[in-house]
Design a protein around this ligand. Structure first.
Ligand code: ATP
Length: 382
């Protein structure tokens, strides 16, 4: 870790030469005994980007982070930071720093000393350490707690101290492994916006790991959705939500209905599907589907419109208030569909209804793709 130059907020940090990206993984494989945690992973993180690795437990997110940080060595492949091959560079010599869920502050040291700990060890002078610690406490909006011990802080404040401790070392890349995991819901939401602000102000490359899709959508410039040690989709939050590449991604990102049907018409990038009692529906597709193929269709609950009968066999099973909207569970011809409707437009359980779906977010997937619910760690597949 560098100790030569003072941290200058807002100033460009010593990033990668342009065109190389901050971090690159090329064909990286990591095995633990029989378990393949990640396989042939290619990933490129741009300088100054907020990139999130998102996926269910066991998909290989933390392993990827630990490989970048140098806490694990790959079995195969190359990891570059700022264009340099990291193969023979141990963790403490890499231009990265890590913030973990368990922030592990030193309980006997004051906040200022916790933040300045790494600088002191790196031989930074007293005055400069004091200035950089102070700068960090202002950035984290905890300017007045320098003399307190960690136990005298709230969970959110402790996490800010952990962030300050990592950023004060001026890393090129900050790795964040579920750093908000131990905070309660409200604090987590606040900290998500805080992290976004801090990222904007320091301009450091952030690589963030979470299994919480809402968190990923809120903060990231780009999301890499992982499953079973490989990448399912690598795109902006909006693209991932509106145009999931696979049924797995559609199912994992936000609420969706996955219903089954048969293709009646197909042209490049678009298919019309017969959903039986739910009628015919058109949707975009990146799969090679043809008339007669059985497919699965992803329909967001917000895209389902519910109207009074004649029923066509659609019956409301349940209707519950979820925050600002009503979630209605409706069955039709053996399929269950969830619709999110406004408070004034709900129907009582037992009502006969008619469903309309009309949205350019409808996605059609070949039937052989796994869904997120079927996800298992790579080791359990054999
Ligand atoms: P979580 O969200 O639960 O932390 P993850 O997506 O970060 O999951 P990893 O921790 O990267 O997943 O684990 C990927 C796979 O590698 C899992 O099957 C896990 O059990 C296995 N694994 C991870 N670390 C080890 C280890 N030290 N020894 C053996 N297997 C491991």
């Amino acid at each position: 870790m560098s100790n030569e130059s003072p941290s200058s907020l807002g100033a460009p940090h010593a990033g990668a030469p342009s065109g190389q990206g901050a971090v690159q993984l090329e064909n990286v494989t990591k095995r633990y005994g029989d378990v393949t945690a990640i396989e042939d992973l290619d990933l490129r993180v741009e300088d100054g980007e907020f990139l999130t690795l998102l996926g269910p437990s066991g998909c290989g997110k933390t392993t990827t982070l630990r490989l970048i940080g140098g806490f694990e060595a790959p079995n195969r492949g190359v990891i570059r930071i700022g264009g340099d091959d990291m193969s023979s560079r141990p963790a403490y010599k890499r231009p990265v720093n890590t913030v973990f869920q368990q922030y592990a502050l030193f309980p006997h040291l004051s906040v200022s000393r916790n933040i300045g700990y790494g600088l002191k060890h790196a031989g930074t002078g007293r005055e400069e350490t004091a200035r950089r610690v102070d700068e960090m406490m202002h950035l984290m909006q905890i300017p007045d707690v320098g003399d307190r011990r960690p136990r005298e802080l709230s969970g959110g404040q402790q996490q800010r101290v952990a962030l300050a401790r990592a950023l004060v070392m001026n890393p090129e890349v900050l790795l964040l492994d579920e750093p908000l995991g131990s905070l309660d819901y409200k604090l987590r939401k606040d900290m998500q916006f805080e992290l976004k602000r801090i990222h904007r102000e320091v301009g450091v490359t952030f690589i963030y790991v979470t299994h919480d899709q809402e968190e990923a959508m809120t903060m990231s410039d780009r999301i890499v959705v992982m499953s079973k040690g490989h990448i399912e989709q690598d795109a902006t939050p909006a693209e991932i939500f509106d145009r999931p590449l696979t049924a797995f991604v559609a199912d994992f990102i936000g609420d969706t209905n996955i219903v089954h049907g048969v293709v009646t018409r197909a042209e490049k990038g678009h298919a019309t599907v017969d959903l039986g009692p739910l009628g015919e529906i058109g949707g975009s597709t990146d799969d090679n589907v043809a008339p007669g193929d059985r497919v699965r269709v992803s329909i967001r609950p917000t895209d389902v419109r519910v109207e009074t009968g004649p029923s066509g066999g659609a019956v409301v099973q349940d209707s519950v208030l979820v925050g600002g909207h009503i979630a209605m569970k409706i069955t039709s011809g053996g399929e269950t569909v969830v619709a999110h409707v406004g408070r004034g437009t709900s129907f009582e359980p037992g009502s006969d209804v008619r469903l309309h779906v009309d949205s350019d977010r409808i996605r059609v997937f070949a039937a052989d793709q796994p869904e997120a619910a079927a996800e298992q760690p790579a080791a359990d597949q054999a």
